[in-house]
Design a protein around this ligand. Sequence first.
Ligand code: NAP
Length: 247
Amino acid sequence: MSRVLLLGGTSEARELAALLDADPAFDVESSLAGRVANPRLPVGRSRIGGFGGVQGMVDYLAAGGFSAVVDATHPFAATISRNVAEAARISGLPLVSVIRPPWEPQAGDDWFRVPTVAGAAAEMAARPAGRALLTTGRQDVHEFAHLHAWWFVVRVVDAPSKGLPRRYALLLDRGPYTCAGERDLIQRNRIDVLVTKNSGGDLVSAKLTAARELGVAVIMVDRPARPAGVPSVTTAVEAHAWLATLA
Ligand code: NAP
């Protein structure tokens, strides 16, 4: 039986945990960062909290007798992806990443792409102030705190403890969302600009369709670079198949 450490926090990770849990060839343990107060827990065994950097993860992999590692963390969780690439290399363990494809602009989209969340805030500062739907997540809200002339709908899973902008409405929600619901949200709040990370996937993409249909501008934060040399797949089913080839 192959013992797999599955770094999660995404829908793909939960899907893969269920696949591996149902396969007698694997013994899977999911790992969550513990950022969200009430996380959607995967099927099977899980642990919550950081490892204490690369060395902590190396120690954890050795102590647990793991034989393979999967990085199914969010495309913007750059630190943990770097750390697991390094820890797997040091430990001599196979590692695969599950990376959902990024969203691509379609006809009718009005996207302005920026390399970082701070870049999104800088772009907003350069535009006439208006009303923004901010969906970049709790940890990045502070990047927009200085934009006093803008009004925000801040949509997050858990309320940020600090760094909220001066003028905002807080919307606690975690999706998935519908196009009708997103259209209604944008229209009700007279949103001019949608700010989002290019997370990819179907669960939260309805906001992009709604923005396109309503002619709302999108400030799209591009993904951070991935660690070099790590093989990747795009779905949980592919990751399961990849792991099966190791057996
Ligand atoms: P990050 O900046 O890449 O990681 C920061 C630290 O958090 C890591 O060094 C590690 O601590 C710990 N950590 C992160 N993911 C972990 C995991 N799955 N298991 C155990 N420890 C983990 O991560 P982040 O951007 O804060 O994201 C945290 C989690 O939320 C990830 O699991 C990610 O999949 C999920 N998430 C992130 C976003 C986003 O936009 N960033 C969106 C949705 C979900 P140590 O160094 O102590 O090991």
